[in-house]
Design a protein. Structure first.
Length: 270
C-alpha cells in the first residue's frame, strides 16, 4: 500500500501540546478497548457508539470520533494529529484548539447525517483532524513541510511543499467531492469524505478568522502567549512591552545599585 505522510521537521512550539497528546492517548485507549472483544462485540460497539446516519443518537457525535476501523486507520489519523496538532494548539491555545477539533468534527458529522439517510455507521477522528489540518494550512501557510511517500511503513521518497498546498493535496479532493455530491456519501460506505470536507472547511474558516483577528501577527511578534488562550488576547503585545520595560528598569536599577556600592567602597574610611 502506497500513501502520503505529512512531515514537519521543525519542533519549535512554545507550549507543551497537552491537548494534542491527551487526544492521541485517548484514541489509542479507545481502540484497545474496542478491539479487545470478539467480532460480534466489535459490531455492537460500532452500531452503539459509531455515528449511524439513519438512526443516530446524540452521544454518537462524540463517541464516534474516538473509534477507528482498524489499527491502520488509527495510526494514520494519529500521525496526522501529531504533525499538525501541536502547532495549531500553540497558536490558538488549548481552548481554540479544542474548539477547532471537536466543532470541526461535529460539523462534518452533522453534514453527514443530514445528507445521508442510509444505516451506515461512521467512525474515526478524521473529521476532527481534517479541521486541525485545515487550520494549520492557513495559519502556517508559508511553512515548508515534507510529504513522505510511504510504502506500507517505509518512506521511499519525500516531496517538499508549502503547508497550504500540502494540506490542499490531502483534503482538497474531500472538499470537492463533498460539494459535488451535496454531502451525500455514495456507495454506502468507505471513506467518509463528507466529514473530511466539512471539517477541513471549518478549520479553514476558523484560521482565516484568527488571522483577521491578528492571532498570527501576535504569534510572530510576541515571544510567549498563553497556554489556554494562545495568541487570541489583543493586549499580548502591550503586556510584552510592559514586561520588557520593567525588566529594563530592574536591570538599570540593579546596575545603579552596584555602581553606588562600588563608589561607597572606594570612598570608605581608610
Amino acid at each position: 500500500m502506497i500513501w502520503l505522510l505529512p512531515w514537519e521537521p521543525r519542533d519549535d512550539v512554545r507550549h507543551r501540546p497537552w491537548c494534542t497528546w491527551t487526544l492521541i492517548v485517548l484514541n489509542v485507549i479507545a481502540c484497545f478497548v474496542m478491539y479487545a472483544g470478539l467480532d460480534d462485540e466489535i459490531e455492537r460497539w460500532v452500531l452503539r457508539y459509531g455515528l449511524v446516519s439513519g438512526d443516530w443518537h446524540w452521544w454518537q457525535f462524540l463517541t464516534a470520533n474516538f473509534m477507528h476501523g482498524g489499527w491502520m486507520h488509527l495510526i494514520v489519523n494519529m500521525l496526522f494529529l501529531w504533525v499538525f496538532g501541536d502547532d495549531v494548539e500553540d497558536a490558538l491555545g488549548r481552548i481554540g484548539f479544542l474548539v477547532v477539533y471537536f466543532a470541526g468534527g461535529f460539523a462534518g458529522d452533522l453534514l453527514y447525517v443530514v445528507a445521508n439517510d442510509e444505516m451506515v455507521p461512521s467512525i474515526g477522528a478524521s473529521g476532527c483532524i481534517s479541521a486541525v489540518a485545515g487550520a494549520y494550512g492557513v495559519l502556517f501557510f508559508n511553512r515548508q513541510i515534507g510529504m513522505k511517500v510511504m510504502l506500507l511503513f517505509a518512506p521511499v521518497h519525500t516531496i517538499h511543499a508549502r503547508a497550504f498546498w500540502a494540506v490542499l493535496v490531502f483534503f482538497g479532493i474531500d472538499v470537492a467531492l463533498t460539494v459535488w455530491h451535496r454531502g451525500a456519501l455514495l456507495g454506502g460506505g468507505g471513506i467518509n469524505y463528507v466529514a473530511h470536507g466539512a471539517g477541513w472547511m471549518f478549520g479553514f474558516a476558523v484560521a482565516i478568522a484568527a488571522r483577521i483577528y491578528g492571532v498570527m501577527h501576535r504569534y510572530h511578534r510576541v515571544g510567549n502567549g498563553g497556554g489556554w488562550w494562545g495568541y487570541w488576547p489583543v493586549d499580548l503585545e502591550h503586556r510584552a512591552r510592559l514586561a520588557e520595560v520593567n525588566k529594563r528598569k530592574r536591570e538599570e536599577g540593579g546596575g545603579l545599585l552596584r555602581r553606588i556600592s562600588r563608589r561607597s567602597q572606594s570612598h570608605g574610611p581608610r
